[in-house]
Design a protein around this ligand. Structure first.
Ligand code: ZN
Ligand code: ZN
Length: 689
């Protein structure tokens, strides 16, 4: 098995994206690779780090010029210069190295090179290989290469040149492209063609900042004939709401999207993208061969990206929204001459498979590490080699993600489950993949993601404001796809089963007419317009469970109570598989008095909701056994989850049942993946190179 530790940091963009994409590529390329991603700032500082990030984002938003100056002086790492800060980060790093025992450490952040060099400064041999992935293009801060690295990965030949000029050995530099998502390797069917008179121009507008002016910007773009505009607003759901009227007025020409996982496909389908000069954004546009019109540049860190777009003739840097519209207009003129020029340049430098090529390089470094090491050095414990490191070496104790995941793997006995979890596809705070990491690292065995799915006709009166808080029709397909994909990763990485579900919100004007119904382990979409009985029938037809959510009176700051199912038990008790006996901190005693089959769930919306009631099941760890256990409602218990205590209580018996290659149900999910084209095309890439 190859063990890889990827170090990243949440400052600026690009570092986390690079880390995530390389992890994805590694997991696709080598089934036996164990990849850990860690943010040393997060591990070392937590609260302070959140504050610093907020300050960073605030400075970027309100005083970009000022930030430009700060950037020059401090680069990305505001307090690394502080001596005490350094010791704290070293401690975290040493602990992480002990826990993960990596063959190769990969850094996507400039400061970590110096940190590693400081740990192994006595010429003692590092027990792992070290790869630095430089996320800047062309203007590269010296912090990136001041410390030694076995390999430097850069995005293009020009950036490689910059490094060489600065004295970095040529052999150690590999220009493989920026690690964009491996999904860029999957070409969509309807690629954009050279724009000709009267033909539609597909424009993608990515809104990150400058939210106030974007309404006007959209109007300007729609004033251009033949423009078909897709706007992504990310997590700004209020903004989506604000723009909804325009979308209705320009139905067919203006498409509004919230946060989306489909950026690769959107970029590849578009003639041009409008957005800010973020490192990842620019590199994604290049990978998709999509010309870019930059509408905002943060001085300092983003200047290099904007410079790259302009000088390499891959698009334009606009001066204000008027100028953006003018550039778009120009694209349609001269039978698409300008567009063809930009596209031609992009074809030359585009590297959509960069993440896979980098993954191959890293796996090669792992082999090199294993060959180099003498047995007594393996597994490597930096503290044993280094006096300096010894002072900061800590015993590996609980607390870190990797460690808890290890505990989770050892765990047997009752399965720790949560069947009511929201992601940011509706009103949850975390993305699906963040939910997976959150539960996976805490040793959970099974969760079901159940985003709100509401009948649009029922969203009457004041409830209409909830619209952006529920799944929409244009995202439902993506929702199923993304959960299926993340379920594969969750199983491989954490041994965590992730089921797809929906929370059917059937809200009437009063609590007596309102019901929330969970559909658990769904294979396909069920219309939100069906009545409750019909919905339950469809859920059962897919082999899923129908569960009554918060069925009785409860204390909640904002949610309305939902008593319809409870009031109509005669009708519904025979068909409902289980009733929530607990929802987050609420206990429903009447459910136990009536001896109804029960479950306990968090109704998870944000991290603090993890500390709440959960279900323990004593059955085999696969979806069918779990569902059967709930239906029979034998060997079911509830527990009030308070963090490590639960994990500790269940880790005693070390006799984990043999894990099947893939659990039932997931096998079907895994079979679906090649249909998206990912596996097949990835394979081709590997053979071709
Ligand atoms: Zn609910
Ligand atoms: Zn809910």
């Amino acid at each position: 098995m190859k063990k890889i530790l990827i170090l990243t940091a949440g400052f600026g963009d690009g570092h986390n994206a690079a880390a995530r994409n390389v992890r994805e590529a590694l997991e696709l390329t080598a089934a036996d690779a164990e990849v850990t991603v860690a943010d040393l700032y997060e591990l070392s500082y937590k609260r302070l780090n959140t504050l610093a990030k907020k300050a960073y984002l605030g400075a970027v938003r309100y005083a970009p010029q000022l930030w430009g100056g700060i950037f020059k002086v401090l680069d990305h790492a505001p307090w690394l210069a502080d001596g005490r800060g350094l010791v704290r980060m070293q401690k975290s790093l040493v602990q992480l190295l002990e826990e993960t025992q990596p063959d190769c450490v990969v850094s996507t952040y400039p400061a970590y090179g110096s940190l590693i060099q400081a740990l192994y400064h006595d010429h003692c041999e590092r027990p792992f290989r070290f790869v630095t992935i430089i996320t800047d293009a062309r203007s590269v801060h010296s912090l990136w290469y001041r410390a030694r690295s076995d390999r430097f990965v850069v995005c293009d030949a020009a950036t490689a040149e910059v490094l060489q000029q600065a004295g970095v050995e040529k052999e150690s530099i590999a220009a493989l492209g920026f690690p964009v998502s491996p999904l860029f390797g999957v070409t969509p069917k309807d690629l954009p063609e050279r724009p000709r008179l009267g033909q539609m121009l597909r424009v993608l507008y990515v809104i990150n900042t400058g939210k106030k002016k974007c309404g006007k910007a959209i109007d300007r773009l729609l004033a251009i004939p033949n423009v078909e505009l897709t706007v992504t607003v990310g997590r700004y759901s209020e903004l989506k709401e604000k723009l909804a009227r325009r979308a209705r007025e320009h139905a067919g020409r203006l498409h509004l999207l919230g946060w989306t996982n489909q950026m690769p496909q959107l970029l590849m389908r578009s003639h041009v993208v409008i957005g800010k000069a973020g490192g990842a954004a620019v590199q994604e546009a290049i990978a998709a061969k999509c010309p870019m019109i930059i509408n905002q540049v943060i001085p300092g860190q983003e200047a290099g990206n904007a410079h790259l777009i302009r000088t390499a003739n891959l698009g334009a840097v606009a001066d204000g929204n008027k100028d953006v519209a003018r550039w778009v207009e120009r694209l349609a003129e001269d039978s698409g001459e300008l567009w063809a020029q930009w596209r031609g340049q992009l074809e030359k430098i585009s590297r959509p498979d960069a993440a896979l090529r980098i993954a191959n390089l890293i796996l090669g470094e792992c082999d090199a590490a294993n060959k180099l090491l003498r047995p007594e050095q393996f597994p490597g414990r930096p503290a044993a080699h280094n006096g300096n490191a010894h002072e900061v070496a800590l015993p590996a104790r609980n607390g870190s993600m990797a460690m808890r995941a290890q505990i989770a793997r050892k765990k047997t006995g009752a399965l720790l489950c949560d069947f009511h979890v929201h992601s940011n596809y509706s009103d949850g705070k975390l993305t699906v993949s963040e939910v997976v990491d959150f539960y996976g690292s805490r040793g959970f065995d099974c969760i079901c993601i159940t985003d709100h799915w509401a009948d649009p006709r029922r969203l009457i009166g004041k409830l209409a404001r909830l619209t952006p808080l529920t799944l929409s029709y244009d995202q439902i397909e993506e929702y199923f796809e993304v959960i299926t994909r993340e379920a594969r990763r969750a199983w491989r990485r954490y041994g965590l089963l992730v089921l797809t579900g929906l929370e059917f919100n059937k809200d009437g004007p009063t609590k007596r007419t309102s019901a929330h119904l969970l559909g658990i382990d769904l294979k396909t979409l069920i219309s939100p317009r069906l009545d409750l009985m019909e919905t339950i029938t469809r859920i059962h037809a897919q082999g899923g469970l129908a569960v009554a959510a918060h069925p009785h009176l409860m204390k909640s700051e904002w949610a309305k109570e939902t008593l319809y199912l409870w009031d109509n038990q005669d009708k519904f008790a025979p068909v409902i598989d289980a009733w929530e006996i607990a929802n987050r901190n609420n206990l429903f005693t009447p459910v136990s008095r009536r001896r109804l089959p029960f479950l306990a769930n968090s109704d998870f919306h944000k991290p603090k909701h993890i500390f709440s009631w959960k279900t323990l099941l004593n059955c085999e760890k696969n979806p069918e056994a779990i569902k059967e256990c709930i239906r029979r409602n034998e060997n079911v218990a509830i527990t009030l989850y308070r963090g490590d205590a639960v994990t500790a209580a269940t880790e005693i018996v070390p006799n984990r049942q043999k894990q099947p290659s893939l659990p039932l149900g997931l096998e079907a999910a895994a079979r679906q993946l090649p249909e998206t084209g990912v596996s097949d095309s990835l394979l081709l890439h590997r053979v071709a190179r």
